[in-house]
Design a protein around this ligand. Structure first.
Ligand SMILES: *Cc1c(COP(=O)(O)O)cnc(C)c1O
Length: 482
């Protein structure tokens, strides 16, 4: 027996712990295998919420008891994005392979901020694969981050440093900086937030008009830049979106890249979910021009199906990227040998020092599924969206509200905005299907974002049937109230 000085947190009975652990693994695999039989989402009963409003435990508890609470009170009341009927917002489903990789990463407990270790090398392998996917040069840098919100923020900081030089890191921005950034009217809110956090202020954002397909109007973009220059302002960055969050539109990347080049502006692509469309030949064709970006932000946790969270930022000029973030400190001293070797480190490319091993679940996902299968899964979500579109067009009580470029379908039941809002809540509470809502040209839309690799034709048909069913019932109630 090992003589211990005080306590450790390891089990006293490893054999018992092992048995309980295997039970936990089986339970979550059972859950995943039989997910389809469950409701997508359920209203949270007050007593379940109460389970998580208890005082912090002072004395030791039991793993099996904590697991029982998880099974009873956590698992059934998640948002349900793993479920095939989930179509709300743009959420990935995760995979059993990703889940196992997360377990291994947690066991290893690597801190991937830097230093001489293979987990950093795994992340570099992912960077090399990502460079290849987007036809970026070997000098491009990249980093796993929580999500595209953070990747957009990092890109703004790098673009600002490119324009003003590293001195801006010391001096900060003057209040009359006059810097201007352009994005389409339906750019994600994280762009404005990035400008806020980077000290430019949200007023630096110009929202450019869109064409009838909800793509950025390049003529309007060029005119806005011209006008701002004439007014003495300093346009410096264009953010193109590859897959808008509301309707899945892809801005005309090549045309925007032409303008960015002609006017010497930084081109950033917010490809949060759409950029991984590169894995599918037909969608890659729609993304032509993405290789001309100075930076790209995207998520492996959306169309890539890697479990949350796994965002990524790719910057064409790796040295510039590093110069925008590298921060010397005595305790982060680099060496040629030993554990302090292997510079530059991931922490030199972003604000995080302690970092989880997000690269591992992404590496497992690519190793086990391969790019072809992942690409087919992505194409499939678009084919399902086309099926949904056709069903809407063939159903007189339904109306399509926006073109379907990729995997997002916006439609409504013929009736008031209120009926449509009520239909969506009724659908969510029924557990049959879970779309969300958005506003299209001032009208409330039922929005089905099909991102989940588990979603099948029957799930699309169940959505349509349930919309018609609830719409019919709510419509009758409406008439009675009039
Ligand atoms: C999801 C999304 C974001 C935000 O990404 P997170 O991973 O949630 O931070 C940004 N832009 C677009 C277009 C998105 O779809």
């Amino acid at each position: 027996m090992l003589e211990t000085f005080g306590e450790t947190l390891d089990p006293e009975d490893w054999q018992g712990f092992r048995l309980q652990s295997h039970r936990m693994l089986d339970d979550i695999l059972d859950y995943t295998e039989k997910l389809r039989n469950r409701p997508v989402w359920q209203t949270i009963p007050p007593e379940v919420r109460g389970v998580f409003q208890q005082p912090v435990p002072k004395s030791a508890g039991d793993l099996a008891a904590a697991h029982a609470i998880f099974m009873q009170d956590v698992l059934p009341y998640a948002i349900g994005n793993a479920h095939p009927g989930f179509m709300g917002w743009v959420h990935g489903a995760g995979t059993p392979v990703g889940m196992m990789a997360e377990m291994l990463a947690a066991g290893l407990n690597a801190n991937v901020g830097g230093r001489e270790q293979i987990p950093v090398e795994v992340e570099r392998q992912l960077l090399r694969w990502v460079r290849e996917l987007f036809a970026f040069p070997d000098t491009a840098s990249g980093l796993f981050v929580t999500g595209t919100s953070m990747a957009n923020f990092i890109s703004v900081v790098v673009a600002r440093t490119a324009l003003l030089g590293v001195a801006v890191r010391e001096t900060g921005l003057p209040s009359d900086h006059g810097l201007v950034v352009y994005a389409s009217a339906s750019a994600h809110v994280s762009i404005a937030q990035a400008l806020d956090m980077a000290g430019l202020g949200t007023a630096a954002l110009r929202k450019v008009a869109q064409d009838e397909n909800y793509r950025m109007d390049v003529k309007a973009l060029d005119a806005a830049i011209e006008q701002d220059r004439a007014a003495g302002l300093k346009p410096f960055m264009i953010v193109a979106t590859a897959g808008t969050v509301d309707v899945g539109a892809i801005d005309p990347l090549n045309d925007i890249a032409d303008i960015a080049k002609r006017r010497s502006l930084w081109l950033h692509v917010d490809g949060a979910y759409g950029a991984l469309g590169m894995l599918s030949a037909d969608i890659a064709a729609l993304l032509k021009g993405i290789e001309r970006a100075d930076s790209i932000a995207f998520d492996f946790h959306k169309w890539g199906q890697v479990p949350y969270d796994a965002g990524f930022v790719l910057v064409k000029d790796g040295e510039l990227h590093r110069s925008a973030f590298v921060s010397p400190a005595a305790y982060l001293q680099r060496g040629m040998r030993g554990m302090a070797a292997g510079s530059p480190w991931p922490c030199d490319f972003g604000p995080d020092l302690s970092r989880s091993f997000k690269a591992l679940k992404t590496w497992f996902t690519l190793m086990v599924y391969g790019t072809e299968k992942l690409g087919r899964v992505i194409s499939n979500t678009c084919a399902l969206a086309q099926h949904l579109k056709q069903r809407i067009e063939a159903t007189p009580m339904l109306e399509l509200l926006a073109p379907v470029a990729l995997n997002i379908v916006c439609f409504c039941y013929r009736g008031s905005d209120q009926i449509n809002a009520d239909i969506v809540v009724a659908l969510q509470e029924s557990g049959i299907a879970a779309p969300s809502t958005t506003t299209i040209k001032g009208r409330l839309a039922i929005r089905a974002a099909i991102v989940n690799h588990r979603t099948q034709l029957c799930d699309i048909d169940a959505l349509i049937d349930a919309v018609l069913d609830f719409g019919g019932r709510l419509g009758k109630m409406d008439e009675r109230n009039e």
